[in-house]
Design a protein around this ligand. Structure first.
Ligand code: ATP
Ligand code: MG
Length: 432
């Protein structure tokens, strides 16, 4: 019903534009003699959204949403389609996760609000960022950081098993993201190779928080079966209540096995057999997998959650010993020195100040910034602010890759990727 959609979309954007237009856009009749100042990018965009025929047509047919120009499809999931888009002001690429409201029942609505609330709390180099949430009468749009390097599932299907060193670099980043989430009491519950994405420079980004949940503490008992069966921990199949962190840990064990062997540890023709294999912990690690990696897999894939490695044991395992994380991946512990905390506070304040200057150059006034407080994810000002802030953090090297000490890089195999990451990395900290 294009007519209906036009009506409402148009009303919505007039509203947004109105709230973003300040007095400097109004005609200055009393200053007739003076030439009007040049329009800022924000003023040009808001005028186009209201008056430019081509732009309005693009809004009607869905080629534009809010401040974003929408391009082709880059993925799809159970409830969503994901499209590439550009922010019209910053020109940054983003991923637009599009959900049709009519297809969402009350449970899907609940999951979506959890997905949004988990992503809102997470700011980590290996977790996809949420920039903004947009809503039209028929659709919801999550504006996400774009990861243009494909997902781990396709990577393994195309390239086969990954080398020991490449697996370490990928796994260390997933582990860093999970440690960070668990520290904030957020459990992912749908870790699988399809939800591990890469940026074009090979940085890992954990995505899809649709099944995530926040617990009041890590000992809270959960009872909803979530996730994908081949990655599901035995306690989920035993119809027991379960603790959150060990379920993510188990899925990481399946991921690690998949990465280093190119096959899944638990496979079966029927769900019943798969369930039995998982409950009994029936899997065989091929003998050519390195000893330290075998020990890690065996420490993780323990059917009894209490015997399973905890995240910190994984971090301290022999296999990951030679891995050096870039400083941006080291989660500050409460015991971090005051000096260190103050340094990072100062860096954050400097970055925020730089971003405020960029916002002003685009045409956002002090009034816009004051009214928005840059926390409301439904505001286009917040969207632009978060994109610019993330850009500044990336310039500072927050998307650097870990390196493996003593690793002899073969540019053909390990890829230019590791090399590129290394060049941009300024400081390292040993993972322990
Ligand atoms: P499901 O629950 O079936 O896994 P979903 O509806 O929750 O799916 P996502 O997994 O978030 O959707 O996204 C679907 C696909 O879209 C992903 O597998 C990936 O290929 C692509 N995709 C999602 N987010 C991004 C992103 N930020 N950058 C690039 N591609 C993405
Ligand atoms: Mg998914």
């Amino acid at each position: 019903m294009p007519g209906g959609q036009y009506q409402v979309t148009s009303t919505r954007f007039h509203h947004s534009v109105y709230s973003l237009t300040d007095s400097s856009v109004a005609s200055n009749e009393d200053e007739e003699a003076e030439a009007p100042p040049p329009l800022t990018p924000l003023q040009k965009l808001t005028i186009d959204l209201c008056k430019d025929e081509k732009t309005i047509k693009e809004l009607i047919i869905g080629r534009r949403v809010g401040f974003y120009k929408v391009r082709g499809e880059i993925g799809y999931g159970t409830f969503s389609r994901v499209k590439l888009a550009f922010n019209a002001l910053t020109k940054d690429k983003v991923a637009l996760k599009i959900l049709e409201k009519a297809r969402l029942d009350s449970q899907a609505h609940r999951l979506l609000s959890r997905e949004i609330s988990s992503m809102e709390s997470l700011q980590h180099p290996n977790v996809i960022r949420l920039y903004e949430v947009l809503e039209t009468p028929s659709r919801l749009y999550l504006v996400l950081e774009y990861a243009g390097g494909g997902d781990l599932h396709n990577k393994i299907c195309n390239e086969g098993k990954q080398s020991d060193n490449a697996s370490k670099i990928i796994f260390a980043q997933i582990l860093s993201a999970i440690k960070y989430m668990h520290n904030l009491n957020i459990i992912h519950r749908d870790l699988k190779a399809e939800n591990v994405l890469f940026t074009c420079s090979g940085c890992v980004k954990v995505a899809d928080f649709g099944f995530s949940t926040r617990v009041s503490n890590r000992n809270v008992i959960l009872d909803t079966f979530c996730g994908s069966p081949p990655y599901a921990a035995p306690e989920l199949f035993r119809d027991e209540c379960y603790l959150g962190p060990p379920v993510d840990v188990w899925a990481m064990g399946v991921l690690l096995f998949f990465m280093v062997t190119g096959t899944m540890p638990f496979r079966a023709e029927t769900m019943g057999k798969l369930r039995r294999n998982i409950i009994e912990g029936c899997y065989t690690v091929p003998p050519w997998v390195s000893g330290p990696c075998q020990r890690l897999i065996k420490g993780i894939l323990k059917p009894a959650p209490m015997e399973r490695y905890a995240v910190d044991q994984m971090l301290g395992c022999d296999w990951l010993l030679p891995v050096e994380l870039p400083w941006s991946l080291v989660t500050p512990e409460p015991s971090s020195s005051l000096r260190g905390l103050l340094d990072s506070e100062c860096r954050n304040l400097e970055e925020e100040e730089d971003v405020r200057i960029l916002l002003e150059e685009l045409g956002f006034t002090a009034e816009h910034l004051q009214n928005n407080r840059l926390k409301d994810n439904r505001s286009p000002v917040t969207g632009v602010y978060r994109i610019l802030l993330h850009q500044a953090q990336k310039k500072r090297g927050c998307d650097s890759l870990p390196v493996v000490r003593g690793m002899v890089r073969d540019p053909k195999r390990e890829g230019l990727r590791a090399y590129r990451g290394l060049r941009h990395t300024s400081k390292f900290c040993v993972l322990s």
